[in-house]
Write a protein that binds this ligand. Structure first.
Ligand SMILES: [Fe+2]
Length: 217
């Protein structure tokens, strides 16, 4: 998101409309102290969907997983360091082995790892059920995606998985029946609409790089 002002200011028109607003962070939201404060320190801190499932008024269950996989914590690929095994299973464990002066936000690890995914966060979600899973990283259909997010979506029983991070919106429909869920990317500053009565997806405003990157798949 990289908001220029605290998130509740940036999203003021949406909030004024009375719509429920939830968010997940991207990796860059932890790039500086200022960004961290505008995101995790904003008045919308409680609307963070990371690592949990909420239920909307119409009954739709929405799960979220912000951030990215990082090898220094956990990169779930056999080709990665430690054969894809995590160095830390939780934020708390990572904080404990982080020098006190490098910790951030009280009990957290170094600030940049607020944008990192930990195994216990994925495990926690895997025990929950949801209709929609919103992640920053992409599921396995994407050339830079992760099979483990397919597994997570399947365990949660989601109908639709939505991701960001790659600034593209590739057509993954050929994979949907095999995956067991629909998958969509939201492009750079793109806006899309998901109708939860029909599960129909429509792009309201294409991402700025969608066209240039459409060949990626
Ligand atoms: Fe990203």
């Amino acid at each position: 998101m990289e908001p220029a002002r605290p998130l509740h200011f940036e999203l003021e028109p949406l909030l004024a409309s009375g719509l429920p607003v939830y968010w997940i962070h991207g990796n860059h939201d932890a790039d500086s102290d200022e960004l961290w404060v505008r995101v995790w320190g904003s008045e919308l801190a409680e609307q963070n969907l990371h690592g949990r499932v909420i239920q909307l008024a119409d009954g739709t269950r929405l799960g979220g997983l912000g951030g990215v996989f990082r090898e220094s914590v956990w990169y779930p690929s056999p080709a990665a360091a430690r054969g894809g095994e995590p160095a830390f299973r939780s934020r708390e464990a990572h904080a404990k082995s982080t020098p006190r002066q490098d910790r951030w936000g009280g009990a957290g690890p170094h600030r940049k790892h607020w944008g990192t995914i930990y195994p216990n966060e994925v495990d926690r979600l895997a025990d929950l059920r949801a209709d929609i899973l919103i992640t920053h990283e992409a599921p396995g259909y994407h050339p830079n995606g992760f099979e483990i997010l397919d597994t997570l979506a399947q365990q949660m029983g989601v109908k639709v998985a939505i991701h960001g991070h790659h600034h593209d919106a590739l057509d993954s429909s050929a994979r949907w029946s095999e995956q067991g869920f629909k998958s969509f990317g939201v492009g750079l500053r793109g806006l899309s609409l998901l109708d939860t009565s029909t599960w129909h997806w429509s792009v309201v405003r294409p991402g700025e790089l969608d066209q240039a990157r459409a060949h990626r798949l």
